[in-house]
Design a protein around this ligand. Structure first.
Ligand SMILES: CC(C)(COP(=O)(O)OP(=O)(O)OC[C@H]1O[C@@H](n2cnc3c(N)ncnc32)[C@H](O)[C@@H]1OP(=O)(O)O)[C@@H](O)C(=O)NCCC(=O)NCCS
Length: 163
């Protein structure tokens, strides 16, 4: 496994988290949505806009040289403006992305484990997410204890019980 370090996300990570949101939006090999288009999408921009709010938290993975290579973070959404993986008020929704050249080396799983522990330590009982059908990340989420609680034509909402 490649060496990498994990550290808590901070406000200055906003741009990198946006980079990882763009990666998540372009998870499909044939998808190349431009950064500006993703960040202007009202369904996607709420995952990073205004980072970092008081209830926001996350983890950034860094290369041995200190460059950010992946991130996983969670934030709370209001039922009036829910995220795609919204299940209830007070249940944070996570976003996960790893830079292309760093994938399949264990970074995503370690970020997911770290953020699950972080959310539990912050007092959250559940953590949710949305994953498109066909994204292999679904298998990663299942293997880390997430279960499908609802589905649409194109995505599943998954939840992990933290405590
Ligand atoms: C999904 C993603 C975050 C996973 O991170 P990663 O660092 O590549 O994943 P890991 O190396 O920790 O692997 C975790 C599991 O993912 C699966 N996986 C990883 N790479 C895979 C590949 N190329 N094909 C199929 N499954 C793969 C495996 O099940 C793996 O578990 P294993 O190593 O025990 O077999 C990363 O690939 C990514 O950023 N993808 C684009 C953005 C995205 O889809 N985000 C999630 C949106 S819901």
């Amino acid at each position: 496994m490649t060496a990498f370090l994990l550290r808590p996300a901070v406000g200055e990570d906003a741009r990198f988290l946006a980079d990882m949101l763009v990666e998540a939006a372009n998870w499909s090999p044939g998808s190349h949505r431009p950064r500006l288009q993703v960040l202007a999408d009202p369904a996607l921009s709420p995952y990073v806009s205004g980072w970092m709010r008081p209830a926001d938290a996350g983890i950034v993975a860094e290369s041995p040289a200190g460059h950010p290579i992946g991130a996983c973070w969670f934030r709370l959404f209001d039922s009036a403006k829910p995220g795609a993986g919204f299940v209830a008020g007070g249940v944070p929704e996570l976003t996960l992305g790893v830079g292309r050249q760093w994938r399949a080396q264990g970074v995503g799983r370690e970020l997911l484990r770290g953020v699950s522990a972080m959310a539990g330590a912050a007092g959250h009982a559940r953590l949710s997410l949305s994953v498109d059908h066909g994204n292999f990340a679904h298998r990663l989420y299942v293997s880390e204890g997430f279960v499908v609680v609802s589905s649409t034509d194109h995505s599943d909402t998954m939840v992990k019980i933290l405590r």
